[in-house]
Design a protein around this ligand. Sequence first.
Ligand SMILES: N=c1c2ncn([C@@H]3O[C@H](COP(=O)(O)OP(=O)(O)OP(=O)(O)O)[C@@H](O)[C@H]3O)c2ncn1[C@@H]1O[C@H](COP(=O)(O)O)[C@@H](O)[C@H]1O
Length: 116
Amino acid sequence: MNDADNSADILFRLADTLATRLPAQGGDPDASYSAKLLARGPDAFLKKIGEEATELVMAAKDNAPDRIVYETADLWFHSLIALAHYNLRPEDVLRELARREGTSGLAEKASRGSGS
Ligand SMILES: N=c1c2ncn([C@@H]3O[C@H](COP(=O)(O)OP(=O)(O)OP(=O)(O)O)[C@@H](O)[C@H]3O)c2ncn1[C@@H]1O[C@H](COP(=O)(O)O)[C@@H](O)[C@H]1O
């Protein structure tokens, strides 16, 4: 694997491709798996996200590193389809992760107070 293959740029290229698969952009359900899911609407791709998350959990429970990577890729891919439907981008998620960087989850939870 070279640096280009190993870069987060794949997320941006994939998001560009998925944007072309939206029904409003003329995505062809007969020629594209993602266009087919997007044409079927949220129930279809949200169900896939649930399935892929479950498969990731099973791979992790089996302590199977190759399957964990494979199922995480499936989960990320289907999550990118959901982001495309809602006109969101991986950059939006990366921005949120960057905003959180350096803040401990424990400190963040404590800052919410006892009501949450
Ligand atoms: N990264 C992926 C990718 N990951 C997984 N998949 C497909 O996701 C589908 C669902 O995976 P499953 O393991 O659940 O397979 P399945 O049981 O056959 O699925 P279902 O029948 O239940 O939907 C499979 O058909 C996989 O091939 C992907 N399909 C496409 N991509 C990327 O998306 C681009 C555009 O793809 P199309 O929109 O199909 O042109 C491709 O060039 C790739 O870069």
